[in-house]
Ligand binder design. Structure first.
Ligand SMILES: [Zn+2]
Length: 188
């Protein structure tokens, strides 16, 4: 169900202090994310104490957009999704690059990534995924200080003209609904 959305539908979507929330900005503007501007205005990499991926696990799942928690890593919805269901898998520890991860963290990131693929495929019937990590700002990491693996579901028909003409991408569903659906489908 595509927009346009009424102001009531933005209820619960943060409009300030978005640096406290998880997410990785990219080149795309979202039609429905007014809080994005706060993020852009901050313009700096977070310190550990302000790092959104360190703070997210301290919040409850609805607040932080977390869909599942493992022992050494967790998965949450990207606040700046490329597509609906765009997840990030992060270690709890504030490390910047994959080679700094312990074997336990590598195992957990891999295990959670596999489960996330099954769950997202099941609930969204996507046709494929882009999975990967941007290591360092130069490589496109929005928050380069805290490792995160992207899991982006893809559909055969998901490309539209917006990204080409305006660096804008329409996301058809609100984050809270998507988070709930994925969390509900996550195996216990
Ligand atoms: Zn961190």
């Amino acid at each position: 169900m595509a927009g346009p959305y009424t102001p009531e539908e933005f209820e619960g979507v943060p409009t300030d202090a978005s640096g406290d929330l998880p997410g990785v900005p990219d080149a795309f503007q979202r039609l429905w994310t007014p809080h994005r501007m706060v993020y852009i205005q901050q313009g700096q990499q977070p310190e550990e104490h302000a790092c959104p991926f360190c703070r997210a696990p301290e919040m409850d799942d609805e607040q932080s957009m977390i869909v599942a928690r493992g022992e050494h890593a967790y998965a949450l919805l990207n606040l700046y999704p490329y597509n609906s269901g765009h997840l990030l898998v992060c270690p709890y520890r504030h490390i910047a690059t994959y080679d700094q991860a312990t074997p336990e963290e590598v195992d957990d990131i891999g295990r959670i990534t596999q489960i996330a693929m099954r769950v997202v495929r099941e609930v969204s019937r996507c046709d494929g995924f882009n999975i990967g990590m941007n290591q360092g700002r130069i490589a496109g990491a929005g928050i380069s200080e805290h490792l995160h693996q992207h899991i982006v579901p893809r559909w055969a028909l998901d490309a539209n003209f917006f990204p080409i003409i305006a660096k804008t991408k329409a996301i058809p569903r609100l984050l809270g609904d998507v988070r709930q659906e994925i969390a509900d489908a996550w195996p216990a």
